[in-house]
Design a protein around this ligand. Structure first.
Ligand code: NI
Length: 166
C-alpha cells in the first residue's frame, strides 16, 4: 500500500573510508524547502530502522549540516549546529556508529554541552544537554565536521594514558 511504501524509503548508510564522512558539511540555507524537509523525514526513517539514536546527513551521503536525534524520549533536528559552551568535566562512554559497523570504542567527551542550532521550522534554538544526550550531540556534531569516533579515539591515546584508561 502506498501509505506503507512511504515509510520504506530508507537511505543507504555511508561507511568509514567514504570521503563524504571526512568532509566538513555545508550549512543549510533552504531549511523549510520540500527537499530539506523530505531529507529530514528520510533521515528519521533510516535512523529508526537502523536502531540508531543519532544520524548526521553525511552518513546518508549528503554533505549538509543536518542531524536527527532520538534519545531518551526526545527528538531533535539540528540544522547548522554549533557547540557554544562545554563543561570541563569529562565523561567516558562506549560509543558505536552506524558508519563504523561492529565497532565500539571508549570515547572521552564533555559531560555537558550547550548546542546552538536551527530547528526544522527555521527557528534558532539552544539546547543544554548533559551526559548521554551531550555525548550524542558531540558525536553527531563531529560527523558534521568530518570527524569519526575512530579519529577521536586515535586523538585521545595520550589522554587515555594520563587518565589510566585501558
Ligand atoms: Ni556516528
Amino acid at each position: 500500500m502506498l501509505k506503507h511504501m512511504k515509510n520504506n524509503c530508507n537511505l543507504n548508510i555511508t561507511l568509514i573510508g567514504d570521503p563524504v564522512l571526512a568532509q566538513k558539511a555545508c550549512p543549510v540555507l533552504e531549511i523549510t524547502s520540500g527537499e530539506t524537509q523530505a531529507l529530514i523525514d528520510k533521515m528519521f526513517d533510516t535512523m529508526h530502522s537502523e536502531k540508531g539514536v543519532g544520524l548526521a546527513a553525511p552518513q546518508v551521503n549528503e554533505s549538509k549540516q543536518i542531524i536527527t536525534i532520538n534519545a531518551e524520549g526526545q527528538k531533535f533536528v539540528f540544522i547548522n549546529p554549533k557547540i557554544t559552551n562545554q563543561s570541563e568535566d569529562m565523561i567516558l562512554f562506549t560509543e558505536g556508529c552506524l558508519s563504523v559497523p561492529g565497532k565500539e570504542l571508549q570515547i572521552i567527551r564533555h559531560k555537558k554541552v550547550t548546542v546552538q542550532y536551527i530547528d526544522r521550522d527555521g527557528e534558532p534554538c539552544i539546547l543544554k544537554a548533559r551526559e548521554f544526550l551531550a555525548i550524542v550531540c558531540q558525536h553527531e556534531i563531529d560527523h558534521i565536521n568530518g570527524i569519526l569516533m575512530t579519529d577521536r579515539y586515535e586523538q585521545q591515546e595520550e589522554l587515555r594514558k594520563t587518565l589510566n584508561i585501558t
